[in-house]
Write a new protein. Structure first.
Length: 560
């Protein structure tokens, strides 16, 4: 029977070295077993290439996908430990980084490691390194963490603070890993300067969006890894930039990038994702809700027209009010209250606002909330409910509690410890997580496979980002998505046009992230839609607006 080869890790190697030292002091060199172990450890250190990842024999907890293993091998063999890992969202860049780190540790090529991640993900990184890769990492807590621990996980904001910066820069780091590395896009920023100044041998930058708004951002990232790879800044602009968003000499640029960047795509196969089943649920507003919606819409139309004619006023406030009224009357109450109490609100407008506030305040029940509760009682599984507004979130939580449904909230502004706690509560104790989009950033919820979009953003790409929290690598079940919308409102236009014109549920998540930045389809898209609605645009005109966005998506996808 062939014996399984024992592969020593870094701690084991150091233990052998210590034992050798003791034997040498005592002149004890007669142990064949000791010699054999020492020889095995030394052979491991001097393996000339990385054709095989010897770390896999020590990682029984994970089974990497083929693309992850190939990425790790390429970084180790061809890119010499300095690379951008730019896989599309959900393909497991952190697994690739973990494999690379583990391999370097076992071979004794890396000891001192700095991992910089968003503050909300520090604990998650520490836990995953420990549970999946058997790597002991430490979350940075004080100034001596930088020097006393070999593997430190911290936020980049913490590392660049004056009290920490000099200590961090004084260390010799064998490997630096930066998650969400697109935050280094500006070479004039303190983030970029810190990474560029660090004393480091190997560097991994993790981002699904190496380019967002400007081709120069890509140049800045590459410069951190391999200065001169794309020439000087002037040479790069003249050789590879048609304009700031359009590349030229693409073949040559792609070849140059392949020496420092790896990008795996879902569309290239090798990874099977579960199905996504989408149900759009159209609801009829109650008479009270309809009166409020029509009254608010008429008010917004009058105010928007006046602002356009006079050239002054708060258009954004009106856009938000229109969106809030589609979310819930409770959310609209917040804006209406602010308007009626503001000293800037003219007297004649204040009377109308007071009337609208009274209508919203006296609505006895919300059609959407009732439907949401009905769905939850039919689903015997975990469910995440997304809404855009905290006021709506608060009301949903209150109504769920009244109906005996256990739910926990998730929103932006939570400290990382609270986010971890809320996620654990959702996973182990509660059926429902009610989240805002800001709260849903940076969390992976593959243990949940039901998503209710309580309200729909006007920008369709935001919906895809929501669903990406659960429909990603590691999801083992088909994902069910329920889009709630109300007939005779802007939501009816949105859900119909999304399904017909953009087919967002079949678009690739990673490409959407990149396209979002390129197209800047945020407030401007909202403003354009508002303009069409106020002017009483026909269904064909609204479709044309989405056609325009769909065409931009296709063009941007080709460029990616």
């Amino acid at each position: 029977m062939e014996k399984t080869r024992f592969v020593p890790d870094l701690d084991w190697q150091e233990g052998v070295a210590d034992l050798l030292f003791e034997r040498e002091k005592n002149n004890e060199w007669d142990s064949w077993e000791l010699f054999r172990l020492a020889l095995e450890a030394e052979k491991t250190r001097v393996v000339p290439n990385f054709d095989q990842l010897i770390c896999m024999q020590q990682l029984p907890e994970i089974t990497p996908f083929p693309h992850q293993i190939e990425t790790a091998k390429k970084v180790l063999n061809e890119l010499h430990g300095r690379a951008i890992l730019a896989d599309e969202v959900g393909l497991g860049k952190t697994i690739e980084a973990g494999l690379i780190l583990k391999e370097y540790l076992i071979r004794g090529l890396v000891k001192k490691v700095l991992i910089l991640v968003p503050s909300s993900l520090v604990i998650q990184w520490v836990r995953e390194l420990s549970s999946k890769f058997k790597i002991q990492a430490w979350a940075q807590k004080n100034t001596y963490s930088w020097t006393d621990y070999d593997i430190v996980v911290s936020s980049i904001d913490t590392a660049k603070r004056d009290v920490h910066r000099e200590i961090v820069l004084a260390q010799d780091w064998d490997l630096v890993i930066v998650d969400e590395a697109h935050k280094l896009k500006n070479r004039k920023s303190k983030n970029w300067e810190l990474i560029n100044t660090l004393r480091k041998k190997y560097l991994l930058l993790l981002t699904a969006t190496p380019v967002q708004n400007d081709m120069k951002e890509l140049y800045n990232l590459i410069t951190l890894l391999k200065p001169g790879q794309l020439g000087s800044s002037t040479e790069y602009s003249s050789t590879f930039m048609e304009n700031k968003r359009l590349p030229k000499n693409r073949g040559e640029l792609k070849e140059a990038l392949s020496e420092v960047m790896i990008r795996n795509k879902r569309s290239e196969g090798g990874v099977q994702f579960t199905k996504r089943i989408v149900e759009s649920i159209m609801l009829e507003l109650s008479d009270d809700e309809r009166e409020l919606y029509d009254s608010v819409s008429e008010f917004i139309k009058d105010q928007y027209t006046a602002i356009r004619e006079e050239g002054k006023g708060n258009v954004l406030q009106l856009i938000n009010l229109q969106r809030q009224i589609c979310s819930s009357p409770y959310a609209a109450l917040v804006s209406l209250k602010g308007m009626k109490e503001s000293e800037k609100t003219p007297h004649e407008i204040r009377d109308r606002v007071n009337h609208l506030y009274s209508l919203a305040e006296n609505i006895p029940a919300y059609t959407k909330v009732n439907k949401c509760i009905e769905l939850l009682k039919q689903i015997d599984d975990k469910v995440i409910i997304f809404t855009e507004y905290r006021a709506t979130q608060d009301f949903i939580l209150y109504m769920l509690q009244q109906n005996g449904i256990k739910a926990v909230m998730f929103r932006g502004g939570f400290k990382k410890s609270k986010k971890d706690w809320m996620t654990e509560l959702f996973k182990n104790r509660f059926q429902v997580l009610v989240a805002t989009e800001a709260g849903g950033e940076g969390i992976n919820l593959q243990f949940c496979n039901h998503v209710i979009n309580f309200d729909l953003p006007w920008n369709p790409m935001r919906v895809e980002q929501r669903i990406g929290r659960v429909h990603r690598l590691g999801q083992t079940k088909d994902v069910n998505v329920y889009n709630l919308s109300t007939r005779g409102t802007i939501e009816e236009h949105i859900v119909g046009l999304l399904n017909e014109k953009i087919n967002m549920f079949e678009l690739v998540i990673g490409e959407l992230d990149l396209i979002l930045g390129n197209l800047k389809v945020g407030r401007q898209f909202d403003a354009d839609m508002m303009d069409l609605l106020v002017k009483g645009a026909s269904q064909d005109e609204l479709k044309a607006k989405y056609d325009e966005l769909g065409q931009k998506l296709k063009e941007a996808s080709i460029k990616v």
